[in-house]
Design a protein around this ligand. Structure first.
Ligand code: SAM
Length: 335
């Protein structure tokens, strides 16, 4: 069967399968069609699993409003993968998460920071860590009002009130002057962005000349020469993850590199740390299966439970080489 016909049939079937979830959001699987197109031009269109960008944003906000307290209770202030290089001595998951921050700084060659933006800040763990390390100011943005409030509360309690500020704002339309920050930091928020081109364009705009950009994000594998799309079974796996975690179409690290280049960024570095993060999902599943984890899930609600149910699919995606943990760093040229 011609591939185009197959796509059309699957898209029609997926459209029929669209359902209204208890949250009231329409949940679909449209990202399959986008992922298969396999070109940056298609990937960066504002096309979401939920059909509309506004629904996706509301879904992300509700997801983190609901699940962040449980994550903080079980894992602490960092809501991202840990860095567990092969052969290193055993360490706590929290240490591995701090090591992730340190390792990304090394890739980017960041040795000092004055004023940073934390794009997709969660409850502010990266901002506090980096402010402690560099004495810098930080402004964090998230779609979740509860995360922003919690990030401000923890930071005040730890004496950061003069240095750190967190608020609800959209990474695709940031409320900041151009060139405002010497470090633009996005730790595991890029996968939520429905328009990757606009995302990178905003990161680049708010970065000061001579400043650095660090993005750590989930990507799909780089397509092999001659391939124009992921395989249907791969796209189907990503769809199920998209639906549970409020993600739009995925792209590859190569797509990010192209977007960084389009924005005139230089010293672009990329890393594939899929191997280095591989113990993470097993550790998350193990904590979810404790008495405290299960009770917390039951208290948190359906959206969080749905997220927990697809955790094995993340592990499977990494095992199959489909899901990649990538880091992309760059410098904005000084004028
Ligand atoms: C997995 S959490 C990562 C949090 C934090 N960076 C950390 O490492 O602890 C993803 C974050 O991205 C944020 N996010 C997703 N889409 C966003 C958008 N369009 N604008 C701003 N924040 C967004 C979410 O609200 C959430 O805070």
């Amino acid at each position: 069967m011609a591939i185009n016909t197959l796509y059309k049939q699957q898209a029609a079937m997926q459209h029929q399968r669209n359902v209204i979830r208890p949250s009231g959001l329409r949940v679909g699987r449209r990202c399959t069609v986008v992922v298969r197109a396999g070109v940056v031009e298609t990937l960066v269109k504002p096309f979401t699993t939920l059909g509309k960008v506004s629904d996706l944003k509301a879904g992300i906000a509700a997801f983190y409003d609901e699940s962040s307290e449980l994550w903080e209770n079980m894992w602490g202030e960092h809501m991202h993968h840990g860095y567990y290089p092969r052969g290193a001595p055993p360490k706590s998951n929290q240490q591995a998460q701090q090591d992730m921050i340190e390792e990304t700084l090394k890739v980017a060659g960041v040795t000092q920071v004055r004023n940073m933006v934390d794009v997709g800040c969660g409850i502010g763990g990266s901002s506090r860590y980096l402010s402690r390390k560099f004495g810098c100011r930080a402004t964090g943005i998230t779609l979740s009002p509860k995360q922003a409030a919690r990030a401000n509360a923890i930071s005040r309690a730890q004496g950061f009130e003069d240095k750190l500020d967190f608020r609800v704002a959209d990474a695709l339309s940031q409320p900041f002057d151009s060139g405002a920050f010497d470090l633009v930091w996005s730790m595991e928020s890029g996968e939520h962005m429905p328009d990757k081109r606009q995302f990178v364009s905003e990161l680049s705009r708010v970065c000061a000349p001579g400043g650095r950009i660090i993005v750590a994000t989930w990507c799909h594998r780089v397509l092999a020469p001659g391939e124009t799309a992921l395989r249907p079974d791969e796209a189907a796996l990503l769809d199920r993850i998209c639906e549970a975690y409020y993600l739009p179409a995925w792209c590859s690290v190569q797509d990010y590199k192209t977007l960084f280049e389009e924005n005139g960024l230089v010293d672009i570095q990329t890393r594939d740390w899929s191997e280095e993060v591989s113990p993470f999902w097993g550790a998350v599943i193990a904590t979810a299966l404790t008495g405290e984890g299960l009770a917390g899930l039951a208290r948190a609600g359906w959206t969080t439970i749905k997220g927990a149910l697809v955790m094995p699919l993340m592990a499977e995606g990494f095992r199959r080489g489909l899901i990649k943990f990538n880091v992309i760093t760059a410098r904005k040229p000084a004028v």
